[in-house]
Design a protein around this ligand. Structure first.
Ligand SMILES: [Zn+2]
Length: 138
């Protein structure tokens, strides 16, 4: 999926939460749920692998929030699609270093971000990379 300027992301109650100002990421996925410990254990036989749910819960713990309090993630720099034979495809994203997604908050937000630690399939280019988050004041 590709977001575009003016696209409004909404909460589960349809309240505008973010407006897209710029998207050069070329790959934003809203199909795949965040990875969790069961994803690595069931699909790859790996125990105790770092995962996005644990990463986000560690940050949100101070607000007494956990993954039950938020929906599926906005997977920036992740490319998931449905193939012509209706299979879910996780593909290397088309983004390159320096690409970004600029969002304007439309309400107060408690945000948590995980640089997905997926290193066993192609979705993150089979390697973990850093991401940079900037919060700008208007
Ligand atoms: Zn992840």
């Amino acid at each position: 999926m590709r977001l575009y300027p003016g696209y409004v992301l909404r909460t589960n109650h349809k309240t505008p939460i973010f407006e897209v100002i710029e998207d050069t990421s070329k790959s934003v996925d809203m199909i795949m749920p965040a990875c969790n410990k069961w994803r690595y254990l069931v699909d790859y036989g790996i125990e105790n692998h770092r995962n996005c749910i644990d990463n986000v819960e560690e940050v949100l713990e101070r607000y007494e929030l956990n993954h039950e309090n938020f929906g599926n993630p906005l997977n920036i720099f992740q490319k998931t699609s449905i193939s012509s034979d209706l299979k879910l495809e996780q593909l290397p994203c088309d983004s390159k270093a320096g690409d970004n997604l600029l969002l304007e908050c439309k309400m107060d937000v408690i945000g948590a971000v995980s640089a997905c630690p997926m290193d066993v399939n192609a979705i993150a280019g089979s390697k973990i990379t850093d991401i940079m988050i900037q919060i700008l004041e208007k």
